[in-house]
Design a protein around this ligand. Structure first.
Ligand code: NAP
Length: 301
């Protein structure tokens, strides 16, 4: 098992990265430094090519006129001259402008009818200009991916989607394999710190079935889950601001899970999406963007 996976562009992408969503501004810098220390070694001079940096294009920046500026803004914030990978965050476009969540008076989101196909063409120009080494997708379903791939000059190299044992994504994974798109698992540990977690929600990392497997390998539950991801060819980006966990999460290449345990983890699947933005409507919790014509999760995968 290698530390890297080769993308369709020939770039080498680490199989385990670091996620930063929810990391407080005061914590994210030391988390990144801790992760870099694990990867490169403390105090060693770090070259730009030693690090793989991914960022995403937000929903209000889908208009082809806005894509380059949005990318340049991210580059400026990061102090970089190029990104290794730039993703369209969601297939749905929101109304253009400075507001990240443009809303009407009644609280509903103002959508835009910009098609992700047109956004993709603008993303391709970023590769031509050398601002990004590769481009990809996030939260796209197989039909939408196919729509892009069939027209692309630069094919998407990655689809970053929610994936963990409670949402194993077997069908999307096999589609992605067939078109040479790497799947990156977001919320790979089940996102226990997601802000909308309800007190009675099941927590993946404390699932007793997982604890039993972890005990057999003398590994932590998180290491077993991350190992499951990489062993099925999925890149993962666990978030942590805790240095000991950051280190632990990168140590998943020195053991392997038996075929039976891989299947056992696969059997946890209950197609449970934890990360879809939801709102209260008529007393019921519903997916906020389900009516958007490009909402991805109305398709089975
Ligand atoms: P996650 O990585 O599944 O889980 C993060 C939680 O697990 C945190 O509470 C963290 O705690 C804890 N944790 C991490 N390592 C652990 C370990 N070894 N033992 C025990 N607990 C551990 O959740 P996520 O942040 O939702 O997903 C990861 C990344 O995916 C995000 O940060 C973001 O970059 C990306 N993402 C992308 C999208 C998208 O739409 N493309 C959506 C969601 C997330 P501490 O931090 O306190 O250590």
């Amino acid at each position: 098992m290698n530390d890297f996976l080769t993308l369709s562009t020939g770039q080498r992408m680490p199989v385990v990265g670091l996620g930063t969503w929810k990391s407080a501004p005061g914590q994210v810098k030391q988390a990144v430094l801790a992760a870099l220390d694990c990867g490169v070694g403390s105090g060693k001079a770090l070259r730009r090519e030693d690090v793989f940096v991914t960022s995403k294009l937000w929903n209000t920046k889908h208009d082809p006129e806005d894509v380059e500026e949005a990318c340049r803004t991210s580059l400026a914030h990061l102090g970089l001259s190029y990104l290794d990978l730039y993703l369209i965050h969601w297939p749905m476009a929101f109304q253009r402008g400075k507001e990240l969540m443009p809303r009407r008076d009644d609280g509903s989101i103002c959508y835009s009818d910009t098609h992700y196909r047109d956004t993709w063409a603008a993303m391709e120009s970023l590769v031509d200009k050398g601002l990004v080494k590769a481009i990809g997708l996030s939260n796209f379903n197989a039909r939408q991916m196919d729509d892009i791939i069939s027209r692309a000059r630069h094919a998407p190299v990655v689809n970053q989607v929610e994936c963990h044992p409670y949402l194993s994504q077997a069908d999307l994974l096999s589609y992605c394999r067939s078109v040479a798109v790497c799947v990156t698992a977001y919320s790979p540990l089940g996102s226990g710190d997601r802000p909308w977690a309800a007190p009675d929600d099941r927590i993946l990392l404390t699932d007793p079935r997982l604890a039993a497997i972890a005990q057999r390998y003398q590994k932590t539950p998180a290491q077993v889950v991350l190992r499951w991801h990489v062993q099925r060819g999925v890149v993962c980006i666990p978030k942590s601001v805790t240095p000991s966990r950051i280190q632990q999460n990168l140590q998943v290449l020195d053991f392997s899970l038996s075929e039976d345990d891989m299947k056992l983890l696969e059997s946890f699947n209950c197609n449970q999406r934890l990360i879809v933005p939801a709102v209260e409507r008529d007393g019921k919790r519903v997916w906020r963007d389900a009516e958007h014509p490009h909402f991805p999760f109305n398709d089975p995968y």
